[in-house]
Design a binder for this molecule. Structure first.
Ligand SMILES: Cc1ncc(COP(=O)(O)O)c(C=O)c1O
Length: 317
């Protein structure tokens, strides 16, 4: 059945973040809580998926097919959107079949799963990768891993509007920059495009340098006809995408206890730890106002909850 475009424009609150290390440096931070956008289709995911859903609907397609890992926030949001709005979804997964909270949800949401193995998944960048899948699912639109690219980045401009529309409620007349986590750099590119060089976008890379963020950001800006500026990259990866260490777990724990803000370890927790490092090192002048983008991902935390708790407790021993 062809996709009927959903009329859905969810909102998310912009909230002041009160933490002692921010107060000591006289730096003000407000968090755009995209984790509260929707109980299931949360974070930056809907912004990046929307143009793909629109493209599939315009082509008269029945749904979308995409790629991800066994904890993928992208596949989770896609599957949830498929169920909510009544379109078909297929997920191509990295590795061998695994039972995780995420894969259980994917199945419950009605996503059809295919496990590609590790070698099969590595083929995803080949020019002919999609051929057999498009032959098998001719009425589904293929979406690259993470839903990246210029189309998705442009859709992320709506994030900037969402924050700006709430500044006065905080008593802010303006702000100096953005702080966010990056996996592919698509969301960050969207903010850079929307800011047009007016304000700096601080990009906390959740993957180590050289793992694609730099090139993807540059490529999106180039495709949009913009010069490669308006952002700053920081390595927030802790030495690897999936690596969770005690300082990271403790930062997440401290932040949640002190402010009630929930974070997960792969993206938002790393962004927070990197922010704390820069603030404590005096990078930002007193009076700086920053918008921190909470990009969601809390569903993925379920599989890591115990490890996080153990690591956060290390300091108390
Ligand atoms: C929770 C979360 N935050 C941030 C990101 C990074 O977004 P992007 O790939 O647009 O850089 C992702 C996905 O990649 C994510 O799942």
């Amino acid at each position: 059945m062809p996709i009927v475009l959903p009329h859905w424009n969810p909102s998310a609150p912009l909230q002041p973040l009160r933490l002692d290390w921010l107060a000591r440096a006289a730096v003000e931070v407000a968090v755009l809580r995209l984790d509260l956008l929707d109980p299931l289709i949360s974070g930056n995911k809907w912004f990046k998926l929307k143009p793909h859903v629109e493209a599939a609907a315009a082509a008269g397609g029945d749904g979308l097919i995409s790629l991800g890992g066994a904890h993928s926030n992208h596949l989770h949001a896609l599957a949830a959107a498929g169920r909510r709005f009544g379109f078909a979804t297929v997920g191509l997964l990295r590795g061998e079949p695994q039972d995780t909270p995420t894969t259980r949800d994917l199945q419950e949401f009605g996503m059809r799963l295919h496990w590609l193995g590790y070698a099969g998944y590595r083929e995803r960048h080949r020019a002919d990768f999609w051929q057999p899948w498009c032959a098998r699912y001719p009425r589904l639109l293929p979406v690259h891993e993470g839903g990246g690219g210029l189309l998705a980045a442009r859709a992320c401009a709506a994030i900037v509007e969402l924050a700006r529309s709430q500044l006065l409620d905080l008593g802010w007349s303006g702000y100096h920059g953005w702080w966010l986590a990056a996996g592919t750099g698509t969301t960050a590119a969207g903010l850079v495009l929307a800011e047009g060089g007016e304000r700096q976008v601080h990009v906390a890379m959740a993957v180590p340098p050289g793992h694609g963020v730099e090139g993807q950001l540059r490529a999106i800006l180039h495709e949009a006809g913009r010069i490669d500026t308006g952002y700053r990259l920081l390595d927030a990866s802790r030495g690897g995408f999936g690596r969770i260490d005690a300082p990271l777990a403790q930062c997440i724990d401290d932040c949640e206890r002190a402010s009630g803000l929930p974070l997960e370890p792969l993206y938002t927790g790393k962004a927070m730890l990197a922010l704390r490092g820069e603030v404590e090192a005096g990078y930002f002048a007193a009076g700086t106002r920053l918008l921190l983008l909470h990009t969601g991902g809390l569903q993925g935390r379920r599989a890591m909850a115990q490890r996080l708790e153990e690591l956060a407790a290390v300091r108390q021993e």
